[in-house]
Design a protein around this ligand. Structure first.
Ligand SMILES: Nc1ncnc2c1ncn2[C@@H]1O[C@H](COP(=O)(O)OP(=O)(O)O)[C@@H](O)[C@H]1O
Ligand SMILES: N[C@@H](CCC(=O)OP(=O)(O)O)C(=O)O
Length: 427
């Protein structure tokens, strides 16, 4: 069954009000926190045979005062292509209902490329970046115009915010982006965020709005991230196959062991599939922000704390710095190879990287770009913003800053990567 065509009855969360969470028997006591609810063709049978699913309202959702809501392309477009005004209105109704309770909402909306296809005579999402950008350029205007009209029914203004990774990994830009978003919220507007697709390049782009939404949640210090999609939850396998089960709650990475995720979305308009949603959930929850993944058509329930979709509990403490962006928003544009002493200094002692610890440089980058720091075995240990252009570095390898300053002048006394611009990466 296509996930898009599930009915409310097939969404297990809707079937049993006010029951405590129940573990699926097949997962045993060791996995008791993980609630899986059978669905697809077998849902009726399985629900009778197992304990009733949870129906309690979700505290994390109810208490949230600032929420980032991300909606995917497939939830905003018609089957024939182009924006679906009814679906946009339904989403805006759900957002407005939650705003009416005094909650601030940032909308991260995909759909620019999808909205621009039909007006440009394109039948499907093109493979090449140039035509995607042309479609996004046409579609982004249509998308924001549609939101503007829809929110106007509630007397609410929207503000378009288009971001590239560069806008947020650099300290000054990060502050600017945050200030604009804060200001829009304090003036009662709804920021509508998307990637700035028209200037993105293959090397410099978020690529998917799921991760972008997780990073925006972190930027605005949101209390909750809600990912709305055409699929109504995370399943333990491709939800179009019968016999897969909805996962109602995820408490940590161990709950995802054995879950099969695919990257293909319906109708070819979405980009990341479930892979990027899980990435987004990992980024947000590790930074202290719980995540709800639900169907866009259940947006009102999801925002009201109803146990629809999948709830990912927070796994880490709240953090507040732009290094999360450095780790997740971008790829390194080159590599710096470190000797063992430099790895120890950077990783264990959290010191800046100096030229003396460098043994090699690869890539074509400029000062200020993100680069990966690799150890002698080629493992990436950290990412940082480099203070030199790639072409300047070869003569500096292995030399002391003191010696370099004497030979080339005082500006060569600087760190290759300052510790404030460094984030450690696992593996
Ligand atoms: N384990 C899984 N659970 C749920 N959905 C999955 C899973 N694996 C793959 N998918 C697919 O991911 C799709 C959602 O991703 P995508 O189309 O990119 O959505 P959006 O446009 O909302 O970002 C679903 O339609 C579904 O087909
Ligand atoms: N920035 C692109 C969306 C990229 C994206 O992640 O799309 P989706 O998988 O539908 O959330 C656009 O507006 O078309």
């Amino acid at each position: 069954m296509d996930a898009e065509h599930r009915t409310a009855e097939q969404d297990g969360a809707r079937t049993a009000p006010h029951q405590p969470p129940a573990a699926h028997p097949e997962h045993g006591p060791g996995r008791s926190q993980l609630t899986r609810i059978a669905s697809g063709a077998e849902s009726g049978l399985a629900l009778t045979a197992t304990a009733s699913p949870a129906r309690q309202l979700r505290d994390d959702v109810l208490s949230a005062r600032r929420i980032v809501v991300k909606v995917g392309s497939s939830s905003l477009t018609t089957a024939a292509g182009g924006l679906d005004a009814d679906r946009v209105d339904a989403l805006v109704d759900a957002v407005a209902a939650r705003r009416a309770e005094g909650c601030e909402i940032v909308l991260v909306s995909s759909g620019a490329i999808a909205a621009g296809l039909a007006p440009l005579g394109l039948a499907r999402r093109p493979a090449d970046l140039a035509r995607q950008q042309a479609a996004a350029s046409v579609g982004q205007g249509l998308l924001v115009a549609r939101y503007t009209a829809s929110f106007a029914r509630y007397g609410v203004r929207v503000g378009q915010v288009l971001l590239t990774p560069d806008d947020v990994i650099r300290r000054a830009h990060y502050r600017n982006a945050l200030r604009t978003l804060d200001q829009l919220l304090s003036m009662g507007a709804v920021p509508v965020v998307n990637e700035n697709d028209t200037v993105a390049t293959d090397e410099i782009r978020f690529g998917d709005n799921d991760r972008l939404a997780a990073l925006v949640s972190h930027l605005v210090r949101a209390d909750l991230l809600v990912l709305l999609s055409d699929v109504d939850a995370l399943y333990d396998g491709d939800p179009s196959r019968p016999g897969t089960s909805r996962i109602a709650e995820v408490r940590g990475p161990e709950d995802l062991a054995g879950v099969e995720v695919g990257s293909a979305g319906k109708a070819g308009v979405g980009t990341g599939g479930m892979v990027t949603k899980l990435d987004a959930a990992r980024i947000a929850t590790s930074a202290g922000i719980p995540v709800v993944l639900a169907a866009a058509r259940h947006a009102r329930d999801a925002l009201a704390g109803q146990p629809t979709g999948t709830l990912f509990h927070r796994t880490g403490p709240r953090t507040a710095n732009r290094l999360l962006w450095l780790a997740h928003a971008t790829e390194g544009r080159g590599t710096l190879r470190l000797d063992a002493g430099a790895v120890d200094a950077v990783v264990r002692r959290r010191l800046s990287l100096l030229p003396a610890g460098l043994t090699g440089v690869e890539g074509d980058f400029s000062a200020g770009d993100p680069v990966d720091l690799i150890d002698e075995n080629g493992h990436i240990v950290a990412r940082g913003l480099v203070n030199f252009d790639a072409r300047e570095l070869p003569v500096l390898l292995g030399r002391s800053t003191h010696e370099l300053a004497k030979e080339y002048g005082p500006e060569y006394e600087r760190e290759v990567v300052h510790r404030d611009d460094l984030v450690l990466l696992d593996g």
